[in-house]
Design a protein around this ligand. Structure first.
Ligand SMILES: C[S@@+](CC[C@H](N)C(=O)[O-])C[C@H]1O[C@@H](n2cnc3c(N)ncnc32)[C@H](O)[C@@H]1O
Length: 211
């Protein structure tokens, strides 16, 4: 779906929705099982790690094997909460305000690049995925957790019907096909798994160039 908003409108929607997103932690993480997916997937994260669209920093405690963490997000509201959460924590994170679609890092900078629940939120997800690939070392790993259109017909149709509302309220295109987007961006999926009525996806991607 073409983004009909301007980039500035998109950012404003996200800043407005940030508080609600933060407050929905219990249902998302516990009820929908996203915390379990984070724990399982991020056991594979090593070396210097980048979290693209890091939000309020929910992924950081799961990155137990990494050497360093850099987090970027374009929402000042999300980053303020991330800073507050990390205060006093032993985890050191370089948090930066930045755009996923124009990452400020040189090519091949990170061993692991993660991004969670973001392809629905990025203004141009293809561009963001290509940037994620660019900054990941060619022998590194890209680890994604995404959500999209359910494989259950009635639920998928419900998502289609209410997608405009989701966009207005939270800047979320909740009826996308994340694995298709990853392929469209030219990334090489090594493993993918769908859970919870086909809504959630964990995707392991090789950034190997030239594929
Ligand atoms: C649904 S939230 C997910 C946050 C976090 N990754 C998580 O798993 O809870 C999507 C995040 O993407 C951020 N975002 C959206 N577009 C972005 C962009 N172009 N550059 C950086 N961050 C962006 C939003 O501000 C928001 O924090």
């Amino acid at each position: 779906m073409e983004n009909e908003k301007s980039r500035n409108e998109w950012l404003q929607i996200h800043n407005r929705a940030a508080r609600d997103y933060i407050n929905s932690e219990w249902s998302r993480e516990v009820l929908f099982g996203v915390a379990r997916q984070r724990k399982k997937l991020f056991a594979e994260a090593v070396g210097d790690a980048l979290d693209v669209g890091c939000g309020y920093g929910i992924n950081f405690p799961y990155l137990t094997q990494v050497k360093s963490i850099t987090g970027i997000d374009f929402s000042s509201v999300m980053l303020a909460k991330a800073r507050e959460t990390m205060r006093g924590s032993s985890i050191k994170v370089d948090l930066r305000e930045g755009d996923a679609e124009a990452l400020e890092f040189p090519d091949n900078s990170f061993d692991t690049v993660i991004s969670t629940l973001c392809t629905c939120s990025f203004y141009d997800p293809i561009k963001a995925l290509q940037e994620i690939r660019r900054v990941c070392k060619s022998d590194g790993r890209i680890l994604l957790i995404e959500h999209g259109r359910s494989t259950w017909k009635w639920l998928g149709r419900y998502q289609d019907k209410h997608v405009r509302q989701q966009i207005e309220q939270g800047g979320c295109r909740w009826n996308q096909e994340p694995q298709e987007l990853v392929k469209e961006a030219g990334l090489n999926i090594l493993r993918a798994e769908r859970t919870l009525l086909g809504i959630f996806h964990t995707i392991v991607v090789s950034p190997a160039k030239g594929k």
